[in-house]
Design a protein around this ligand. Structure first.
Ligand code: FES
Length: 89
């Protein structure tokens, strides 16, 4: 049985949409496509990877401790629940 993949659309830059599944965080999926994202802790503490979630939903694998605004998310510790549209900050 194949796992459902979600599409991540990045609105800034020239990046084509990428596919992600529940085994990879969004950060890992972006890295596999050589898309540069700022990060440090990779565990939801530092906020370095903070990005804008324009549409869609994400699910956190671990509870994020870094402060984020309502329209932001931490790609290092979450997966996409369906297709999402994001902006890298
Ligand atoms: S890299 Fe630290 S919160 Fe994502």
């Amino acid at each position: 049985m194949s796992e459902k993949k979600s599409t991540v659309i990045i609105v800034d830059g020239d990046h084509p949409p990428i596919l992600t599944d529940h085994s990879d965080t969004i950060l890992e999926s972006l890295e596999k496509q050589n898309i540069e994202v700022h990060y440090h802790c990779r565990e939801g503490f530092c906020g370095a990877c903070r990005s804008k979630l324009i549409s869609g939903e994400v699910d956190y694998k671990t509870d994020p401790l870094a402060y984020i605004d309502d329209d932001e998310f931490l790609p290092c510790c979450c997966i996409a629940l369906g297709d999402i549209k994001i902006k890298l900050v």
